[in-house]
Design a protein around this ligand. Sequence first.
Ligand code: 8YV
Length: 314
Amino acid sequence: MPADILITAPLPPFLYDPLKAGYRCHDYYQASEKAAMLAAEGGAIRGLVQGGGTVTPTALLDALPKLEIISVFGVGYDGVPTTYCRQRGIKVTNTPDVLTDDVADVALALILMTGRGFVRLNRFVHAGEWLTHSPELTTKLGGRKVGILGLGRIGKAIAERVSAMGMKVAYTGRKPQNVRYEYIAELKALAAAVDFLVVACPGGDATRNIVNAEVLAALGKKGTLVNIARGSIVDEPALVAALQAGTIKAAGLDVFADEPRIPPALMAMDNVVLLPHVGSATRETRQAMGDLCKANLDAWFGDKKVLTLIPELQ
Ligand code: 8YV
């Protein structure tokens, strides 16, 4: 008898179809009568599949007394109440490693697009302006310093990429690591020391709004903020204010506080590059994430093992 699985996020067919073939899937995300679905099926649910950004309230988990595993389709699990899951013995898995390179590519792209003005220059050519005047001069990236907030797998992949371009790297995090990059303990001091501040740490309560007005003031007119992690880490109104006041130079953002809604003020700014949360959005990587998301469920419902248990539960 296949296990009952609750689906709480929109899933691509290359994940959803194999899940439907192996499990009894209940689409909570699309259900119009969510309470009724929980009342009818909640008691049978043994697995839950959600996205990286999906917020899973404990009230929902309370309605799933037989839940054994949450398999996150994404590396970030900031929407999962992990302390609650530990108490109830619910396993939580994610999809690390397979998306590292793609997300790091997006950070590099945002550095190039903001630093070298490539988005503006693209508009310039499309608008026929090259016929009438010369393009603007921008900033040489070699020799500039990149500060990485969160030197995990993705942070390290970003450090490698910018190092290859001759940029210098500094980082902050809970503790110094055995790496060749400069460690700066305080986020504000890191911001003050760099030309690009790249946010690459996990989201969640521990990092909520840590990139605040003070940090942005330290980053200053010389500095560009790049965020490929979670919108929750940056105080978004403070960021808008800093850009409006010219406190910082520019921003390159792939993630936002309330996706897909973006503060209208950002849309109009020429020194801001906006992407629609595409860090992992290649066919190859999303397929690998989907395969790993399902493999974790299969391993659990097969022989009570998982492949990528989150660190907090290890
Ligand atoms: C995905 C992400 O967009 O992995 C993450 O944490 O934010 C992204 O890769 C998301 O997980 C898809 O559900």
